[in-house]
Design a protein around this ligand. Sequence first.
Ligand code: MN
Length: 315
Amino acid sequence: MGGYSDGYDVVGDVHGYSEVLERLLAKMGYRIVDGVYRHPDRQVVFVGDLIDRGPGQIKTVSIARSMVEAGSALMVMGNHEFNAIAWTVKNSAGGWCRPHTEANFGQHAAFLAAVGENSADHRDWIEWFAQLPMWLDLGGLRVVHACWHLPSMTKMAALGDGQLTPEIVTAPKGSELYEALEVVLKGPEIEMMGYTYKDKVGICREKARLRWWDPEINNLANAVEIPSGVTNCNGGAFGPLPEEPVDTAVLDALTYEVPILYGHYWRQGHRPVIDSPRTACLDWSVAGDGQLVAYRWSGETDLTDDNLVAVDSLA
Ligand SMILES: [Mn+2]
């Protein structure tokens, strides 16, 4: 087996679009040898969210798993793999860790239908998801599904050294452990200092997504991402937010000394671009007629747009 000395090809959220994944792997020079996609001197890293939404659920996870087992890929857990696990686990109150609501079922229906809920195959895939690392520190490169956030990672690592544990899966909503998992797999949010907005399903939000990937953030106005076209919770125009300094504890938790690659954020646009020389999102909405994107990293300390490779979802 090769030494993969030339670097990592980090692949964004696939969400069951196996045919698009196969086109991306082929474009990067991966070929099927003994039933497994391989490259003579590079290795894939999946950022998580292989499942839900698309037409090739089992094909997608089978491609990734065969590559991981053969050593031609690594993978971190996405929030969709975590939710798939939590869907099958009861909490101490007797309910499901991932509540079986209509909305949650809708998000997970394509995978459940493809695998057969409660089948032996279903149990086998859940076991495989459960042993995935929640982040990978590859020396000169860090890979995580949503956010590289040291305080949250430290809390979880104290239990499982970067692996999921039953305590983390069953942690009650609002607990420190629950919040730590949310930050790493779904991304951090911060309070808007009394400002509110109504989200697309009509829920009043007092927190907004933190633009953690931007090393320049320093005030409320530039630190949060607000969906376009929202109103405040009284129905009036939202914002503008004040340029008030953000809590230094929020900023101190972020780190940019090594490039960080992640998915999760449903970026859109004709051409993928990096967020900064140390941060790049690889989720370009393949499930929304967007693109499947990889970053081809070969040891550089500053990321560049030139190393992004994309294939269209519709082709
Ligand atoms: Mn995703």
